[in-house]
Write a protein that binds this ligand. Sequence first.
Ligand code: ZN
Length: 478
Amino acid sequence: MSHSAQPEADARVPRISRRTFTTTAATAGMAAAVGLAPAVARAATEPELRAGAGEVSITPPEVSELFLVGPNKMATGVNDPLFARTLVLEYGSTRVAIVTTDLLVVHMHYNDELVAAASRATGIPAEHVVINTQHTHSAPIPRLVAAAQERPESWRDTEYSKWLPEQIAASAKAAVDDLQPAQLRAGRETTQIGMNRRYMTRTHVTMTPNPHGAIVPWVDTLGAYAKSDGKRIAVLFSYAAHPVIIHGTSTLVSGDFPGLAIKRLRHRFSGGTGELDGVFMFAQGCGGNINGHPLRGGIDACSVVGGELAWAVSRTQLADLPSGPVRVASTELELPFQDPPSVAECQKWVDKFPESLPHREVLEIAKRGRVGTLRYPIRAISMGDELCIVTLAHEPFCEYQLFAVEKSPFKHTLVFGYVHGVEQYIATRSAYELGLRGGYEASPHGHALQSKHRLALRPEVEEMIHESTVGVMKQLTG
Ligand SMILES: [Zn+2]
């Protein structure tokens, strides 16, 4: 589907969808632990913030039909189930839905189908629905159309892809049905369970843990609690790292460290009984150049790391957020690709690797002499004056998250990557400028060649994304 509310003309100008209301009185800025309820006073005439959450399994009945990228094999069973989870927030007549999914990635057109399904089921406009794929490598990629040309067995995922939109819609619908007056609370806690994975040798970048490289060394948490009795509605937490701790060590389906962190949180907050209020959900941050550590550590290591993340979430001191309007600002960039090598150069590669579809396609692009652009939606969602969630498409490097947080005018800023569809890494200017030495994520011969578009992006995408990230946040502050 297309975002019909977002006209195509002048796509680089940030647009805003906003409804304004009288700002509500701020509540006392008290801090409390994740499980407790705040005391809040609110003027009776003002709209009331409401929140609801829903959780639906997206583990198919026949997991043997799923192809897992981590082990590069078909799944043989389930270690822990996969979920779609939704948090809906409402203020006056404005609603937004934040959906998190235990999936590796979804391409942009398929993301649009999932958004449309959630929108149809809830009446929430498509531009107010954001879907984060957690990038779990022990979970499927629905609708692997491009890759299916090279790996016919992945066509089997098509059945899963037909089933999934209804599950996403059911999770969003459950969240709307759960809407109730709520108090939001947010906080950040230091933790490190990921490691920068780009290590520069004397000649080029390799995928090796780099303790000196950039990371986002914290977990952000947003909690929603019922006004009536203080019960937990949802706890949404976010960290930036590839869920690759199980990766190739198992052919069992798993949510990797996010899934196992949620399992641990559920256990902790239910006192071991499994009976629990509310939904715990995880959103992937800008983890494009970060791996969960240790890479390929196995299920037991993953359980320990999930426990560490769960511990960081449960010790987070959450501050009450003043109630206020829910606002959404959107923009969509067209990011430029680098030019392909010359036709003669591409022909050399095709002669060397005649079976390689990516090389044949790059030759075709070189012959056409015309390279397209990559759609890049950016959105910012604010709730009241203190909280903002920035959503970035594709697989952004963690530097984009650090930048957004540094420039944000909001007290609490969460930044999710892997939203609006994922087809490409979004590296930094300095990484792209390394050219063929730029490693898996940034070199034209790395992931870019294997991706749907076959080409790496130009270095100036960094400034384009920076400018628009600041732009959408600024619009929310009026
Ligand atoms: Zn990745």
